[in-house]
Design a protein around this ligand. Structure first.
Ligand code: FES
Ligand code: FES
Length: 164
């Protein structure tokens, strides 16, 4: 007998969402299949690749490793929440300028991880950026272009008085 579905509510990119789902539904599945947040990608499903990273109350979380119900009533941010319509976030523009996204599969997780690093006061040095992104695997770029993009954005943000 299947257990009864449960009702889960949360906020995704400032949008209140709610749905009935099986209790064992991961946050990743809830975001993609119930809340239309398909910018969040499924990589390994085992907490290894960082592809599914989202911010829960501003903390990076592997969405494949937590149940949606554990995130009930909390704020989730994904890469799609960075932009405002066609108006890209400065971090997104830096990824474009530096070719930091090739196939783009790792990019949503990379961007929100970089955002959390900057918002938590992390440094803009290349070693600090590499360390911050060490849990996010990219199969395409060799990482140099990604670090270039994040460094450029963080340096720009320092110049203008904070990570925009
Ligand atoms: Fe979640 Fe790989 S899909 S860490
Ligand atoms: Fe393809 Fe990173 S750009 S996996």
């Amino acid at each position: 007998m299947n257990p009864s579905p449960i009702h889960v509510e949360m906020t995704v990119n400032d949008r209140p969402v709610a749905a009935w789902m099986p209790a064992h539904t991961t946050l990743l599945t809830a975001l993609r299949e119930h809340f239309s947040a398909t910018d969040v990608k499924y990589g390994c499903g085992e907490g290894v690749c960082g592809t599914c990273t989202v911010l829960v109350d501003d903390e990076p979380v592997n969405a494949c490793l937590v149940f949606a119900v554990q995130v009930a009533a909390r704020d989730v941010r994904t890469m799609a929440g960075l932009s405002s319509g066609d108006d890209l976030h400065p971090l997104q523009r830096c990824f474009l300028a530096h070719g930091g996204a090739q196939c783009g599969f790792c990019t949503p997780g990379m961007m929100v991880t970089a955002l959390a690093h900057a918002e938590s006061g992390g440094g803009s040095g290349r070693d600090e950026i590499r360390e911050a992104l060490s849990g996010n695997i990219c199969r395409c770029t060799g990482y140099v272009k990604i670090v270039d993009a994040v460094e450029d954005w963080m340096t720009m943000s320092d110049d203008v008085g904070g990570a925009a």
